[in-house]
Every structure is written in C-alpha cells, then in structure tokens.
Design a protein around this ligand. Structure first.
Ligand code: NDP
Ligand code: DGY
Length: 322
C-alpha cells in the first residue's frame, strides 16, 4: 500500500519525533524557524495529513492547496483560531488539537509574568550589568500579590490553572468573566463570575486566558484600559488579537495602567521597532507558554494520536470542538 503523505510544519520533541518517524508515513517536515506561507502552500499539496501550529493559517486557501487527498489537520496547540473549522468540516476533513497537557505549563507562565511585572524583574535584572545599584529604600519598588484582586478573562482549563495557583499567593478575590458562568470550576477555585466591565474596574491584575474568537477579538481597547485602576496590570497568555495593541501602547504611554506582561502579541514575531519595546513596565515573552519538555512531549504524542486516527478514518481522540 502506498504510504500516506504527511506534512509537518516542524520537527517534534525527541520521543514524539521518533514515534512519528516510525509510523511509515511519507513524511515531509520543515526545519525553518518561520515557514514562509508560499512554501507551506507548496509543501501541503497532495498530502493526507497536516501537522501545524498556531503560526500556520489553515484556511480555505490551504485546503485548496492540499487538495482532496487531505483527511486530517492535527494542530500542535490547544488554540485553534488559525484553523477554518467550518471549511474543514464542510470538506469532511477532521481537525484535532492538544488540550490539557499544556495547562500547567501555561498557567505557570501566567504566574511568572504576573510576578515579573508586579516585581519589575526585567528592570531590576537590567541593572546588574551596569553595576548601578542603589541603596535607597524607594528604589525599584514593586507590588505584592497578597491582598490583590485578580480578574481572569476566561475560566477555562488554563484560567482555572491560573486561579488555583493564585490561591497560594493570598490574593483577596478571584473574579472571572466569560460568555456564561463556569460554576464547577469557579467553585473549585473560589472565583466569582462578574461582568467584563466589573472585572476590569475591580481587578489589580487582569489575566487574559480566553480563546480568540469573534467575541474576544480586540476586547481590550483604550476605553477598556481607561476603566482599569491606574496601578492595575494586564497579562495576556491567550492570543495577541484579544488586545488592540496600538491601544495598549497608548495606555502605557499615557500611564493609564500600571504595566503589561505579554506572552502573545501581534504580529509574531514582534517587529523589533515595535513601540511596545519602549516601556520598562511592559514585559514581553516570545510565545513560550507551553514551552516545557513535559508539555511539548505530551503535545507531540496527542498530535500524533489525532493524526493517526484521522489517517485511519477513525474519530480523533482530541477533536477540535465545533
Ligand atoms: P478552554 O477552551 O478551556 O478555555 C477558553 C476559555 O475562553 C473558555 O472558558 C471560554 O469560556 C473563554 N471565552 C470564550 N469567549 C470568551 C469571552 N468573550 N469572554 C471571556 N471568556 C471567553 O481553553 P484553554 O484554557 O485550554 O486555552 C485557552 C487559550 O489559551 C487557547 O485558546 C489559546 O489561545 C491560549 N493558549 C496560549 C498558549 C501560549 O503559549 N501562550 C498556550 C496554550 C493556549 P466560555 O465559552 O464559557 O465563555
Ligand atoms: C497553544 O497551544 O494554543 C499555544 O499557543 C501554542 O500555539
């Protein structure tokens, strides 16, 4: 039997990669750091399966480029805003993603960002090579998490993971917003459902943990930043598109918020002349939320599980919800 053709936009971590190579597919993998769109479209032609991540737009153009051989799209991510689900569904192509296994890694990173911004860690670390330490008690003062109100936009898997961790820091309140209350999760972590406006007005830390969809695209505008406390900080581990980025730049420039910590931004990679880079109270990380050995190995295996099932015409173990 002719082996199934698979294109993967990158190489997986060690164990998962060995497993993928052992499956006997006609495998084409990209080693490019940033795969150019035209090359992606060229290399998916005639494949049966695609492994991709959030950096690859899997839209009608991609599906046309792949052609009618395509059976399964397996994204190496939990987020799926880059996949045109309706179009894939219409063409009978299965879609899978990698939930749960990265929740701890991403929630840990959200806490890392919260503390980095509140304690001004990047500013402080930058002093070391200069030797310009200062003994004044007012120097590089941050803020503590204890006693603060934290608002979580989207109490899903990662939002709940963030809330669980926050309890250990003695925060005063955990608020959350969403399209509907998540009663069981809220009970587990002691979070209160509030309106979005109430959340942004009352929180000392606002942590964006929702998916990017029509209701969250550019949810944070200048008008929303104006509602926040002037000392409040915004953290985003979701997708850059949830924040209208030029409005965040204006909010930082006009000092209407206390700071920002972003693992995701628009576009990615962030251009090196971005205005976001001007502000010492804005901590930026290059989308490393799930970048742990443990999470990435597990993501690789889930991704292969989905691919294999799709190529065999079986239901996927982790289908993207429609
Ligand atoms: P879940 O599906 O478990 O959670 C998503 C949450 O978003 C749901 O609780 C949903 O709640 C909420 N949501 C949707 N629309 C809104 C809205 N308008 N207002 C508030 N909340 C909303 O996904 P995960 O927790 O596993 O992942 C969340 C997202 O994190 C991913 O979609 C991805 O974009 C991002 N991510 C980023 C990573 C990184 O490396 N930085 C790594 C992994 C994920 P409801 O539907 O009830 O409103
Ligand atoms: C995810 O899993 O959604 C991460 O953002 C990786 O793209």
């Amino acid at each position: 039997m002719t082996p199934k053709k698979v294109f993967s936009s990158y190489f997986l971590t060690e164990d998962a990669q060995k497993r993928l190579e052992s499956l006997g597919y006609d495998l084409d993998q990209s080693s490019a750091d940033q795969l150019p769109r035209a090359e992606f479209l060229r290399r998916v032609k005639g494949v049966h399966g695609i492994i991709c991540d959030s950096a690859c737009q899997v839209d009608a153009e991609t599906l046309d480029a792949a052609g009618d051989t395509l059976q399964v799209i397996s994204t190496h991510s939990v987020g799926y805003n880059h996949v045109d689900l309706a179009e894939a569904h219409r063409r009978g192509i299965q879609t899978g993603h990698t939930p749960d296994v990265l929740t701890d890694a991403v929630a840990d990173l959200a806490l890392t960002l919260i503390l980095m911004v509140l304690r001004r860690v990047v500013e402080a670390a930058a002093v070391i090579p200069t030797g310009q330490w200062c003994n004044q008690p007012t120097w590089i003062l941050g803020r503590q998490l204890r006693g603060k109100a934290v608002g979580i936009v989207g109490l899903g898997r990662i939002g709940e993971g963030v809330a669980q961790r926050l309890r250990g820091f003695g925060v005063s309140r955990i608020l959350y917003s969403g399209r509907r209350p998540r009663e069981e999760a809220a009970l587990r972590v002691g979070a209160n459902f509030v309106s979005f406006d109430e959340l942004v007005r009352q929180s000392d830390v606002v942590c964006i943990c929702c998916s990017l969809n029509d209701s969250t695209y550019h949810l944070f505008t200048y008008d929303v930043f104006k509602l926040m406390k002037p000392t409040a900080v915004i953290i985003n581990i979701s997708r850059g598109g949830v924040i209208k980025q030029e409005d965040l730049v204006s909010a930082l420039a006009n000092k209407i918020i206390g700071g920002a910590g972003l693992d995701v931004m628009t576009p990615e990679p962030l251009p090196t002349d971005s205005h976001l880079l001007k502000y010492p109270n804005c901590v930026l990380l290059p989308h490393i939320g799930s970048a742990t050995v443990e999470a990435r190995e597990a993501m690789g295996h889930l991704c292969i599980d989905n691919l294999q099932a799709g190529l065999e015409g079986k239901p996927l173990p982790n289908p993207i919800p429609m």
